[in-house]
Design a binder for this molecule. Structure first.
Ligand code: HEC
Length: 493
């Protein structure tokens, strides 16, 4: 009896599949909902448990993804159909998933037309963004501010400004299967984060391919970094609130022909990256470099330096400047260093050499090691010992088993993050950018943060010769007040 029912169910299922295929070749309901890293429920500000909603909202060509976000509740999935969406999607809520629907090779495209700053800007937790083509933005493709438990996968980010995928201050995040090109700074930029996996991405034609900065517990694995100025970077940048970078594994990547001329903005830190550098470790600690294929990088394959070699760095006595406990395991390095530039060229000239070695270490640092050193051409690794570890195979991921609780950030931090994430693209301290300088605004709104919070929710056109400011009403009242307070306190940049 039971068997009959199963058989019937199977036949119905098969017939359904067949009908779906032949009659409606474009059925999209066959596209599975994404597997989500999310909370089963979340707690509100009083600590009460709020169940997630799990509705599906659809956005079609001509619609607005931001409008869907405004309607969405935590737990909802926003499915976006092929079409071109010219907007910035701000996400100030938790547990919202975005899934692009690809039909016959047509993707949903977010196009900033070189007018808009950001495509996706989230501050919620449990955000997932997959299957989008993002192009022609000026600031960031996908930027996260203090959002934990994120998944960013299977997106194209093409010529989308300064950073391609940029989670900042996040914990427990996965960045995989994305393709990024034409980014002026770092294509994948993990800044001040913990527990991040960056895997199976392709980055090419950017200034920096993948940058892990002031972050801990990061796995960079199975990526293809080619034709950038620098391929993969692990950096400490001084002057930021998080001071350390350690426990980073750079493993099983192809790091090939990263010889692009440097087109980073003058004055930026990445503008100092010597073209032709495969992997760069600057001041980061406990970085393991293992099983990578590193070839054809004309400056050098792996460069390890302290902060004294970095360009445009601020002075920060709290940042420890040396790369310590670097572990170089087996890697395949070949045909790097054909045409060293800058400091390395000078260093090599002094030794009557035209080429640079595959691995170069300059500056301070202790406790580092290399395995099978005789296989490589190296410079400056005199005090590197023989490694005791042979591999890192016990570590398969730095993601956590369970989602972490939302980061508690103070209103001041919220104001700071919002200012630099949203306002700083148009407002500088004492020069006119797209909007008036901050010091001019401070003079008008002295002791009146509420006035700013109200203005930015519904700006009116005030100044001749300036465009109208876009409304910031997607920000909560609280956030608007926080950013207003922050704006009034800024003293210089
Ligand atoms: C896309 C560019 C842009 C962004 C982003 C932007 N602004 Fe503006 N802002 C402008 C422009 C342009 C003006 C001048 C508008 C006018 O005078 O007509 C302006 C004016 C202002 C003013 C002056 C209001 C007055 O009464 O004179 C304040 C305050 C302000 N912005 C705050 C902010 C804050 C806070 C943020 C971030 C949450 C922000 N802006 C983001 C472009 C921007």
């Amino acid at each position: 009896m039971k068997f009959k029912w199963i058989l019937l169910a199977l036949i119905l299922f098969a017939a359904g599949m067949w009908a779906g295929r032949s009659l409606f070749p474009k059925v999209v309901s066959s596209i599975p909902a994404p597997t989500r890293v999310q909370f089963a429920s979340q707690t509100d500000s009083t600590g009460a448990v709020v169940p997630l909603s799990n509705e599906i909202l659809e956005v079609k060509d001509g619609g607005s993804i931001l409008d869907a976000v405004k309607k969405a509740n935590p737990g909802d999935l926003i499915r976006v159909y092929p079409g071109t969406y010219k907007e910035t999607v701000y996400i100030d809520k938790d547990n919202i998933s975005f899934q692009g629907i690809i039909i016959d090779g047509e993707w949903p495209i977010l196009d900033g037309e070189k007018e808009l700053n950001d495509a996706f800007l989230y501050s919620g937790n449990g955000i997932q963004i997959e299957n989008f083509k993002i192009m022609n933005y000026k600031g960031n493709g996908i930027m996260g501010q203090a959002g934990n438990n994120f998944v960013i996968r299977n997106n194209w980010v093409i010529d989308a400004g300064v950073y391609g995928i940029f989670p900042e201050f996040g914990q427990n995040g996965l960045i995989e299967h994305n393709i990024l090109t034409g980014i002026e700074d770092a294509a994948i930029y993990v800044g001040m984060c913990d527990n991040i996996d960056v895997r199976h991405n392709e980055v090419y034609g950017n200034v920096a391919g993948i940058e892990i900065e002031n972050s801990r517990h990061a796995l960079v694995e199975n990526n293809y970094a080619h034709g950038n100025t620098g391929g993969i970077l692990a950096f400490i940048t001084p002057g930021l609130p998080i001071k350390t970078a350690y426990d980073i594994i750079i493993r099983n990547n192809f790091v090939v022909d990263n010889n692009h001329e440097n087109f980073g903005a003058p004055g930026s830190i990445v503008s100092g990256i010597p073209p032709g550098t495969g992997i760069i470790i600057m001041a980061a600690d406990e970085v393991t470099i293992e099983n990578n294929i590193i070839t054809g990088n004309n400056n050098t394959g792996i460069a390890i330096t302290d902060l004294s070699m970095g360009a445009n760095l601020s002075k920060d006595p709290e940042s420890e400047p040396n790369p310590d406990r670097i572990v170089i395991l087996d890697n395949y390095l070949e045909a790097n260093g054909k045409n060293p530039v800058g400091e390395l060229k000078i260093l090599m000239k002094a030794k009557m050499l035209d080429r640079a070695p595959d691995i170069v270490a300059v500056g301070g640092g202790t406790g580092s090691c290399i395995r099978n050193r005789d296989r490589y051409n190296t410079y400056g690794l005199g005090d590197y010992g023989q490694c005791e570890v042979t591999d890192t195979k016990d570590i398969t991921t730095f993601l956590l088993d369970k989602p972490v609780a939302p980061r508690q950030i103070t209103m001041e931090e919220k104001g700071n993050l919002t200012f630099y994430g949203v306002c700083a693209g148009c407002h500088a301290y004492d020069v006119r950018m797209i909007g008036p300088p901050v010091n001019t605004i401070q003079a008008i709104y002295k002791d009146n943060p509420q006035g700013i919070a109200d203005f930015i929710a519904a700006p009116t056109h005030k100044r001749e010769g300036y465009p109208e400011m876009p409304p910031q009403n997607y920000l909560s009242e609280e956030t608007r007040l926080a950013v207003a307070n922050y704006m009034l306190k800024i003293t210089q940049e």
